[in-house]
Design a protein around this ligand. Structure first.
Ligand code: ATP
Length: 549
């Protein structure tokens, strides 16, 4: 445009140059539109796919994985870290693609216009690239710690929401605000360091590139004066050089973003590379439909992976006959709940074996074992959906009639009928919108619907009023009569009714037999009965004193 347009003084030539410029601009617009559309779409797609994959991976991980990690940390890897990848793929990568093309194009045009000056640019490249690499690494490690601090913030929020009533009851709000501020400020401090390092990087890149452009200006200016190149050539060259400078700067900015993404990928990969240890066998054994002993513990010892120094079950052996009603009793921390967790195969024993209908649990598929065992736990496992869906949770294929039958047997309908939406009433997170007794009835209805061969029941210690307790006992009696039951007993009536009682202490079986025989044999049992199983459910004075001690 300068040399052949203005320089030639021909209007037609100027017109051609400007037309070419206009056409190129249109191509640029179309290219930018397509780039932005496609790459942003890819960013969204990649993050959606990653989330799905990560969740699919996560849900099959072992129980101990979730005990040793905070829920906030896991959440932030699936949400915040993937969000970083999404922005970086969807915008930074698009900028990178544009800048790399611009940079390559400028270089070709520079070489075409003036190879000597281009050589100078090449000499300056290592000067530009070196700080990008060195500082980029720092950005990556800072981004990682920033994400870790942020996940700390997330975990704290989760804990607060979960314990909000305890916080209010103990007037702990101010302390929690202070602790929360501390966490947020910690994350801000690291983020500011990252922002500073990133700005230094951009500044360094701009300075080195502009310095080399200035050098080129000087040498090119000499050539114009010596008339070896035209001023149009020099201006075009400088224009390309500026285009290159800005695209290199943009790439370096993107590079630090990519380092940030690398930090997020590191954190995500940490999650994705954890492998579950509790795996079903590649070929499952065939489970007999009838067996004498539905369950057998053979010299089972267990230590929780999260606390390797403490053995929780030690050489534990017992069996549960088909149709039996067996009670587990023992002081707090004796290992009763652990026995249940082992039966559900949330953990494998350190030594010894557990058999379900004569087959080692490790030779059964999860569906064979967990599909035929129902766990009614003290920690009420309700989901934030309708009563109906909570009941049919283990059997989504259950008919309305079956659900209603289970709801009636467990007296769920007694309270659901009084609610405007009946069985379609949503129970709230963890069942907060219902009473504990109502939640328990739903949990029992769920177990009934599952028609288990083995029922694991952790009796509620909560002091339900006698009416609720009677309703729950009624609800349970139907289920217990139909199936083999292993119950962690907390009520006097349970140990009286049980066919057999196992007394556990520090992970060992210390006595077994009926209530009568244990009362005669075991001082520990008698002590427990006095303290834990109060026949009238009201602690007498001595028992209360013992509890207080
Ligand atoms: P309670 O009657 O108080 O519920 P329990 O007899 O059911 O007690 P368990 O819950 O089986 O006792 O716990 C047995 C021991 O194992 C305890 O010392 C406990 O601290 C420990 N324990 C339980 N769960 C875990 C876990 N997930 N990781 C590490 N240790 C655990």
């Amino acid at each position: 445009t300068i040399d052949n347009g203005f320089g030639s003084g021909e209007a037609a030539s100027l017109g051609r140059s400007i037309l070419l410029f206009a056409v190129m601009s249109l191509v640029l617009v179309a290219g930018s539109f397509t780039r932005s559309l496609l790459i942003s779409w890819i960013g969204e797609r990649v993050s959606a796919d990653l989330r799905i994959r990560a969740f699919e991976h996560l849900i099959f991980l072992d129980a101990d994985f979730f005990e040793t990690r905070s829920s906030g940390d896991i959440q932030s890897r699936l949400t915040a870290d993937i969000a970083i990848l999404q922005t970086i793929i969807g915008s930074s990568l698009s900028i990178a693609v544009r800048s790399i093309i611009l940079c390559a194009g400028s270089l070709v045009l520079m070489l075409y216009t003036n190879p000597k000056l281009t050589l100078m640019v090449f000499l300056a490249i290592p000067l530009i690239v070196l700080p990008v690499i060195v500082v980029g690494r720092r950005v990556r490690s800072l981004s990682r710690s920033n994400q870790e601090k942020l996940s700390d913030v997330g975990s704290y929020i989760n804990e607060i929401i979960f314990n909000i009533k305890a916080i209010k009851a103990d007037l702990h709000e101010r302390q929690d605000i202070a602790r929360f501020n501390q966490r947020v400020e910690g994350s801000f401090a690291i983020a500011s360091r990252r922002v500073f390092v990133r700005s230094v990087l951009i500044g360094l890149v701009m300075a080195t590139t502009l310095l080399s452009v200035t050098g080129m200006f000087w040498i090119g200016g000499q050539d114009v004066l010596a008339q070896t190149i035209t001023s149009g050539e020099l201006i075009a060259f400088i224009f390309y050089a500026f285009m290159m400078t800005f695209s290199v700067a943009a790439v370096s900015e993107v590079y630090s973003d990519i380092q940030r993404a690398a930090g997020a990928i590191d954190r995500l990969m940490e999650l994705m590379t954890v492998r579950p240890r509790i795996l079903p066998p590649s070929v499952a054994s065939v489970l007999p439909s009838v067996c004498t002993n539905i369950l057998r513990f053979d010299q089972v010892s267990h230590t929780y992976p999260s606390r390797p120094e403490q053995r929780v079950l030690s050489q534990l052996s017992f069996h549960v006959a088909n149709g039996e009603y067996l009670a587990l009793v023992g002081p707090s921390g004796a290992g009763k709940s652990t026995v249940f967790e082992m039966i559900m195969r949330f953990y494998d024993p350190e030594s010894g074996a557990i058999e379900f209908c004569g087959t080692d649990l490790r030779r059964l598929s999860h569906a064979q074992l967990r599909g035929q065992t129902a766990l009614v736990s003290q920690r009420l496992l309700l989901f934030n959906t309708s009563i109906r869906e909570n009941i049919s949770y283990a059997r989504p294929d259950a008919t309305t009639h079956e659900i209603l039958e289970a709801a009636e047997m467990t007296h769920v309908t007694e309270f659901s009928d009084r609610l405007p939406q009946g069985l379609d009433t949503v129970v709230g997170e963890g069942g907060v919108l219902l009473s504990r007794g109502q939640c328990q009835r739903i949990a029992i209805a769920r177990a009934i619907l599952k028609k288990p061969r083995l029922l694991l029941l952790d009796e509620a210690t909560s002091s339900l009023d006698t009416e609720s307790e009677r309703i729950i006992r009624n609800a349970l009696s139907g289920l217990i009569a139909q199936t083999t039951t292993l119950v962690i007993a907390h009520r006097f009536s349970t140990i009286q009714e049980a066919d057999r009682i196992l007394l556990l202490d520090r992970g060992q079986l210390v006595a077994e037999g009926s209530h009568q025989s244990l009362s005669q044999q075991s001082p520990l049992y008698n002590r427990l009965v006095k303290v834990q199983f109060r026949p009238d459910q009201v602690p007498d004075k001595t028992a209360r004193q013992q509890l207080l001690n």
